[in-house]
Write a protein that binds this ligand. Structure first.
Ligand code: ARG
Length: 471
C-alpha cells in the first residue's frame, strides 16, 4: 500500500518541527481531544496567567512582555467566552489557547510555553476543574441532605414497617427510614472533602517529567491558583491520575447511594405499597397506558449508578500498566470524569426536587403495620420476666405458628392457647402496648425511638448546614 502523501503542518501545531509533514487525517481524528477538553479553557487561561507571572518573576519574561501576555490572555478568554472553541481546528484546549494568543499578540505568545509542558499543564487544568466540580457537587449534596432532614422532621411521628430482606421486620418512624439515606450522604461529603485535599496539589512547574528548566516559584504558583500544596515529584505529578480515580470512586459510591434511595422510593410509590406519591412535576406518563404515573426520576437515578461505576472501572483500566509519567492514555481521563460529574449534576437536583415534593400517606404506612411485627417486643418482654432470650425467641416463634394455624393476628391468640405455650406469654401480650410503645423500646443512640431520631436530626441538620470541607 502506498504511504499517505505528507500533508503540510498546520501553523498552530505545538510539535510540528521534527516532522516532514502534518499528521494523517486518521491520526488527527483519533488524537484530537478538543471536543472533550474545550471546557477546560477557563482553567487553562487561569493557569497560563499564573505561569506568565511566574516566568516574569523568574526573569524569563520582561515586565512589559508579561503585561502584554496577560492582556492577550484576557482577550483570549473573552473570545473563548464568546464561543471561539466551537468548531476550532486545534488538537486540544492548550493548543487552542496558544493559537488564539498568537492571533492576539503575535510571536511573543511563543514565550508563554517556556519551561512548561502540556503534561504539567493538563494535570493542573484538570485539577483546577475538579476542585470547582467538587464544590458544586458538595453544595448539591448538602441541599439533598437538608431536604431529607426537612422531610424527616415532618415524619417523626409517622410509623411504618422497617424492612430487612424486603420483609417487614419491626416498626420504625418514617423519619428514621428517610435519614437512613441521609447518613450515607454525610459520608459522601466527608469523602469528597478528603479527596479534595489530594486534588489540591499543584503539578505546574513539573515540566514534561523532570521539573522545569527555569527557576519558577512553585509556591507562588500554588498560592496564585488556590492549591493547598505543591506536588513533590515531577515524574509522579505528571503521571498521576489517582485524583481522578478517587473522585470517580467517591462519585460512583454517591450514585450508588442515590440508586438505593431510588429503589426504595420506586417500591413505596407502587399501588401495592402506596406509602408515597410523587408530585406531578416529578412524575412521567406512559404513551400507551393513560393511568400510569411513573417514577422515572428514581429509576434513572438507579440506572445512572451503573454508568458512574463504568466511568470508574474504565479509568482504573486506563491507568493499569502505564509506566510512571505521562502517556497519551491519560487523555481518556477527562471524558470519564466529565461524564460522572455531568450525570450527577442532572441526577442530584431531580432527586432533591422529587423528595421535596412527594406526598406521604401516613395512613397507608400505619396500615402496613402487621401485629407479627411485635414478635421481637414479645420476646423482649419475656426476657424482662426472666426467660433467656434464646428460649423466648423459640416461645414466640411457637406463638407465631399458633397464630398462623388459628388464622388470627399475633396479639389475638386466645389467652389459654398462649399460656399453653408459656405461662408468662399472656402477661407479655397484655404488656405489649401500642405501636408507639414498640418504637420507643428501641431508645439506644442510633435507634428508632423519638428522642434518638431527634438527636440524629439535630446532628444531620448541623452536618448539612456547616461545611465539612477541610483544606
Ligand atoms: N490533550 C492532552 C491530554 O489531555 C494534553 C497533554 C498532551 N501531552 C503530550 N505529551 N502529548 O492528555
Amino acid at each position: 500500500m502506498a504511504a499517505d502523501p505528507p500533508t503540510p503542518a498546520p501553523p498552530h501545531l505545538m510539535w510540528g518541527g521534527r516532522f516532514a509533514g502534518g499528521p494523517s487525517e486518521a491520526l488527527d481524528a483519533l488524537n484530537r481531544s478538543l471536543g472533550v477538553d474545550h471546557r477546560l479553557w477557563p482553567q487553562d487561561v487561569a493557569a497560563s496567567r499564573a505561569w506568565a507571572h511566574a516566568l516574569g518573576r523568574a526573569g524569563v519574561l520582561a515586565a512589559d512582555e508579561e503585561g502584554l501576555i496577560l492582556i492577550g490572555l484576557d482577550r483570549v478568554a473573552e473570545r473563548l467566552a464568546d464561543g471561539a472553541a466551537l468548531g476550532a481546528p486545534d488538537e486540544d484546549v492548550h493548543t487552542l489557547v496558544e493559537r488564539l494568543l498568537f492571533e492576539e499578540i503575535g510571536d511573543l505568545a511563543g514565550k508563554l510555553h517556556t519551561g512548561r509542558s502540556r503534561n504539567d499543564q493538563v494535570a493542573t487544568d484538570l485539577r483546577l476543574w475538579t476542585l470547582e466540580a467538587l464544590d458544586q457537587l458538595d453544595a448539591d449534596l448538602a441541599v439533598l441532605g437538608a431536604t431529607l432532614v426537612g422531610r424527616a422532621r415532618e415524619g417523626i411521628d409517622i410509623l411504618l414497617p422497617g424492612y430487612t430482606h424486603s420483609q417487614r421486620a419491626q416498626p420504625v418512624r418514617w423519619a428514621y427510614a428517610l435519614i437512613a439515606h441521609a447518613w450515607p450522604l454525610v459520608r459522601d461529603r466527608q469523602r469528597l472533602a478528603d479527596a479534595r485535599r489530594r486534588v489540591a496539589e499543584l503539578p505546574l512547574g513539573s515540566g514534561a517529567l523532570a521539573g522545569s528548566g527555569f527557576a519558577v516559584d512553585r509556591v507562588l504558583l500554588k498560592e496564585a491558583l488556590g492549591f493547598r500544596a505543591i506536588s513533590p515529584h515531577a515524574l509522579d505529578a505528571t503521571g498521576d491520575r489517582d485524583f481522578v480515580a478517587e473522585v470517580l470512586f467517591v462519585l460512583a459510591l454517591l450514585a450508588t447511594h442515590l440508586s438505593r434511595l431510588g429503589a426504595e422510593i420506586v417500591l413505596y410509590s407502587t399501588a401495592e405499597f402506596g406509602f408515597v406519591r410523587l408530585a406531578d412535576a416529578y412524575s412521567t406518563g406512559s404513551s400507551l397506558l393513560p393511568q400510569k404515573r411513573n417514577p422515572d426520576v428514581f429509576e434513572l437515578a438507579r440506572a445512572k449508578a451503573a454508568r458512574l461505576t463504568g466511568d470508574l472501572v474504565a479509568l482504573l483500566g486506563t491507568l493499569k500498566g502505564v509506566q510512571a509519567g505521562y502517556s497519551k492514555d491519560f487523555q481518556e481521563d477527562k471524558a470519564l470524569l466529565f461524564d460522572a460529574v455531568d450525570t450527577l449534576g442532572l441526577v442530584l437536583p431531580a432527586v432533591t426536587g422529587a423528595i421535596a415534593t412527594m406526598t406521604v400517606d401516613a395512613t397507608k404506612m400505619q396500615a402496613a403495620l402487621d401485629p407479627s411485627l411485635r414478635a421481637t417486643d414479645l420476646a423482649d418482654l419475656l426476657v424482662d420476666a426472666g426467660v433467656p432470650f434464646r428460649a423466648s425467641h423459640g416461645i414466640v416463634g411457637r406463638l407465631v405458628r399458633e397464630a398462623e394455624r388459628l388464622g388470627v393476628p399475633l396479639d389475638a391468640v386466645p389467652e389459654g392457647a398462649a399460656a399453653a405455650i408459656h405461662p408468662d406469654l399472656p402477661d407479655a401480650l397484655r404488656a405489649l402496648g401500642d405501636w408507639n410503645d414498640s418504637v420507643e423500646r428501641r431508645a439506644t443512640p442510633g435507634g428508632s425511638a423519638r428522642a434518638s431520631v431527634q438527636a440524629q436530626l439535630l446532628e444531620l441538620q448541623h452536618l448539612f448546614v456547616d461545611s465539612l470541607r477541610v483544606d
